[in-house]
Design a protein around this ligand. Structure first.
Ligand code: AMP
Ligand code: ZN
Length: 473
């Protein structure tokens, strides 16, 4: 790889050059959503940035395999092992079964992702698909002396590890601030930081999803699912594990504890975390009742891709504050940007040296700790520069492999939907005339090239008896 990608590794607390285990191939795991409600736009900030990371890796030439779980069991409201079961809470709220809730919100999640141009991971696996794998891992942990039974549940014994708080030199007390304090202490635990691998003594009388296990009928803890699902698809050594910063403790800390105890060696080299989207009152969260969704933004007239641009304009390691004023500004910038790219004339020869030089600048920005705001500045600089239209167009198309803002097609498809902008319509009509002339001169290659050029912008030409007609592709 010519360009050396660096990003912040939470494990080493440094911006590090990324070197995968296997040359040219990357295994990547993402903690998926807990599907008891819609994803809010804060959750989706994390998935937009993880999508940016995956697409940057692909752009640089890596072959990426990305796996995501769907949490449909075991996630309690405190992130530790206390509080309400989130799925059960969702099912009660909507008078549905847990599985109905899981299906509905999993579909809703991927619909939102599609609107934000977030690529679906190569493998998506719901936790409830993998119960036998969880049971196997827990059996091995018990055999190796890392887990114990107490009060009917199986716990991981954190005292058996040389180092449990791998992500931080902070004290245990400081870390536990992240875990809500309105939850009862679990008398069964040997150490305060121990966590549940398998619940057989359900606190929830009406727990719907339960499975047979060697320790009685019950259900898995939350953390075990990510260890098992990632190993099932990516093997026992992995390159990158992603999530929001709230996942660092306890979720990722516990994942490392149980995974490395199970395999007996280092598990994942790079831990990538995205900082939070906040509103004026603090971290956006699902449990706070009212929350912002993609559908709500759409209902207010925003293009979801403007929200994607909003996220890409900030650095992933900094908290981002959401406000409608800020989104208004970005939405206006997005409209201008797609118009500028949409009006470029994609004809003639690309200047290779201009192309290469801007591509290199774009890659350099991304390689510098995923500086997407700088990558967008490179895009603006390129559009302002005195390059030929077709070179600009080719660069915008290339950059869009990572940015995923539909730079070359959004304007045309929007205009075709609205059918308003005269400037764009007259451009299409000129192209239709040029194509007619080319056909008359039997220059079919040129005629086809014009047809394809319009198609790339989302416009389809149809030859009918009444003449050439155009519509949205
Ligand atoms: P959940 O559906 O609650 O399991 O969360 C899904 C993902 O969203 C996790 O990776 C969380 O770390 C992340 N997340 C939760 N809240 C926020 C927020 N306000 N901003 C950014 N990411 C978040
Ligand atoms: Zn996880």
């Amino acid at each position: 790889m010519e360009n050396k990608l660096s990003f912040y590794n939470t494990l080493t607390r440094k911006v590090e050059q990324f070197i995968p285990n296997e040359d040219g191939r990357v295994s990547m795991y993402t903690c998926g959503p807990t599907v008891y409600h819609y994803a809010h736009i804060g959750n989706l900030r994390s998935y937009i940035v993880e999508d940016l990371l995956e697409k940057t890796l692909r752009y640089l030439g890596y072959h990426v395999k990305r796996v995501m779980n769907i949490t449909d069991v075991g996630h309690l409201s405190s992130d530790a092992d206390t509080g309400e079961d989130k799925m059960l809470k969702g099912a009660k709220r909507e008078h549905k079964t847990v599985l109905e809730i899981a299906k509905f919100y999993t579909d809703a999640f991927f619909k939102d992702c599609q609107k934000l141009n977030i690529k679906k991971p190569d493998v998506v696996e719901p936790a409830t698909n993998c119960i036998s794998e969880f049971i196997h891992m827990i059996e091995v942990l018990i055999e190796k002396g890392y887990a114990y039974e107490s009060g009917g549940n199986i716990y991981f014994d954190t005292a058996k590890l040389e180092e449990y708080y791998v992500f931080s030199s902070q004290s245990e007390k400081e870390l536990l601030v992240g875990v809500r304090d309105d939850v009862e202490a679990d008398e069964n635990k040997k150490n305060k930081s121990d966590f549940v691998l398998w619940f057989t003594k359900s606190k929830f009388e009406d727990q719907e999803l339960k499975w047979e296990s060697p320790w009685g009928v019950g259900y898995p803890g939350w953390h075990i699912e990510c260890s098992c699902i990632s190993m099932k698809h990516l093997g026992e050594s992995m390159d990158i594990h992603c999530g929001g910063v709230d996942n660092i403790f306890p979720h990722h800390t516990n994942e490392i504890a149980q995974s490395e105890a199970y395999i007996g060696h280092k598990w994942c080299n790079y831990w990538f975390h995205v900082n939070h989207l906040n509103d004026k009152s603090g971290k956006m969260s699902k449990s706070n009742g009212e929350f912002l969704t993609v559908s709500l933004l759409e209902a207010k007239g925003y293009d979801p891709r403007a929200y994607r641009l909003f996220c890409l304009q900030s650095h992933y390691r900094k908290p981002l504050e959401f406000s409608y004023e800020a989104l208004d500004n970005i939405a206006a910038a997005y409209d201008k940007l797609i118009k500028k790219v949409g009006m470029l004339k994609n004809e003639g020869e690309i200047c290779q040296s201009d192309f290469d030089s801007y591509k290199a600048k774009f890659e350099a920005a991304l390689c510098d700790d995923l500086n997407s705001a700088m990558a967008i500045t490179v895009l603006y600089d390129m559009l302002k520069d005195e390059l030929s239209d077709c070179t600009k167009y080719a660069l915008a198309k290339s950059f869009d492999e990572v940015l995923s803002l539909d730079l070359t097609t959004a304007y045309a498809t929007r205009e075709a939907d609205n059918g308003v902008d005269e400037e764009f319509e007259s451009y299409i009509l000129t192209k239709i005339e040029e194509r007619k002339a080319a056909k008359k001169e039997k220059d079919f290659a040129k005629a086809d090239a014009i047809r394809n050029e319009l198609l790339e912008k989302g416009i389809l030409l149809e030859d009918t008896r009444e003449g050439v007609k155009w519509r949205k592709a």
